[in-house]
Design a protein around this ligand. Structure first.
Ligand code: NAP
Length: 341
């Protein structure tokens, strides 16, 4: 059952989350949800950061909609689980077997989800351990979890895998790149991807409210960024002045990885004329970006942050293997006291 009838699952208000796999579907037992950062921040804020209220909020939302689709932010996240049943029409066509551990690579906003029980909420990393089930459609992408990277870390990285894959396409040798939200998950991977692409002749500048965080230190100490600017992107003029004092030529490419609304103009102002902005952030408003650029007379190309890019999961995981300090950071930050088994 889909409500309203005739729409596709992402735009539906409600999905049928019955734990049954039709012939072109995959039914999974779900262990953990990685709620997308914009959504988790909104839910945590509404619940005063109280884990039991966050759990109640998520249970109620999923019961109502049949999916983890936060109406306030429009965003979801992804899950880790184990394949329970593969529909008959898919058995011979896919590389998956019942019992495999996978991470979903399609948004929870279009994934039928049922929660039996919330086991634990980790507000520090936006993760919720549950007992429940989810259905993946034939068109849905997934990644079989790697043996060499803990599931906790894979879950954190795969949620934002689109960002580094897209940055690899957009950043060119010698370019200047500005990354807003640089010390978050996607921001760190975006900086690493940009550094790889622009080479020593390019410049990568990270921006976040605090330049002394562990993420900022990781990026500076290992040369993934040339500079880290402390700025609040919700204050566009002040952010622009801070970035311009470090990067007077402005950015050829700006990546927005923030998890708060109201930052479009800061990205626009910090990008040079004819430059490109990649809005990975789920808090991005099309209206604010389009009218904001018009209002300040900036002729920039603005790209919607498609969460999918070919091979994005493999690219993001390989990035951890290629950059031991980044892997160490993610291990330290995301492996929980009782890791996902
Ligand atoms: P994250 O790890 O929580 O990082 C968020 C970053 O934003 C942090 O660096 C944070 O800095 C920074 N930030 C917060 N307020 C800011 C401000 N006022 N000015 C400048 N920076 C600020 O988030 P994530 O998981 O990387 O996700 C980033 C964004 O991508 C979110 O909006 C998320 O919803 C979205 N997303 C998009 C897709 C897609 O398919 N396009 C997929 C997954 C996630 P502090 O650490 O100092 O707070």
């Amino acid at each position: 059952m889909l409500e309203p009838v005739g729409v596709l699952p992402q735009s539906a208000w409600r999905l049928d989350a019955t734990a049954v796999a039709y012939e072109n579907e995959i039914l999974c037992d779900v262990d953990a949800l990685n709620i997308d950062s914009a959504s988790f921040r909104q839910i945590a804020g509404a619940c005063d950061g109280d884990p039991s209220r966050i759990a109640a909020n998520v249970i109620a939302l999923v019961a109502e909609r049949g999916k983890q689709h936060n109406p306030a932010t429009g965003s979801g996240g992804m899950f880790i689980g184990r394949v329970r049943t593969i529909g008959a029409a898919l058995r011979e066509r896919i590389d998956l077997r019942e019992g495999d551990r996978i991470a979903s690579l399609v948004s929870l906003t279009l994934t039928p989800l049922h929660i039996d029980e919330v086991l634990r909420v980790d507000p520090a990393c936006g993760r919720i351990w549950i007992r429940g089930s989810a259905v993946l459609f034939a068109s849905g992408t997934y990644a079989i979890l790697p043996d060499d990277i803990p599931a906790d870390v894979a879950l954190a990285v795969l949620d934002v895998a689109g960002a580094p894959a897209q940055v690899r396409r957009l950043a060119t040798l010698g370019a200047t790149v500005a990354v807003f939200g640089a010390d978050g998950k996607s921001g760190i991977l975006a900086c690493v991807a940009a550094r790889e692409r622009v080479g020593p002749s390019g410049r990568v500048v990270g921006i976040a409210p605090d330049a002394a965080t562990a993420g900022a230190r990781l990026l500076l100490d290992h040369g993934y960024v040339d500079a880290f600017v402390a700025a609040d992107a919700r204050e566009p003029l002040a952010a622009f002045e801070s970035v311009a004092s470090t990067l007077p030529e402005l950015a050829d490419l700006t990546i927005s990885c923030v998890n708060v609304p109201g930052t479009e103009l800061a990205s626009i102002l910090c990008t040079r004329d004819a430059g490109t902005i990649y809005f990975f952030s789920m808090c991005t408003s099309f209206t604010a970006a389009a009218l904001g650029a018009e209002g300040v007379g900036k002729d920039v190309t603005m790209i919607v942050g498609n969460g999918y890019a070919k091979d994005h999961a493999a690219i993001a995981l390989q990035m951890l293997r290629d950059h031991p300090p980044v892997l160490a950071y993610f291990l330290d930050r995301f492996v929980s006291p009782s890791p996902i088994a």
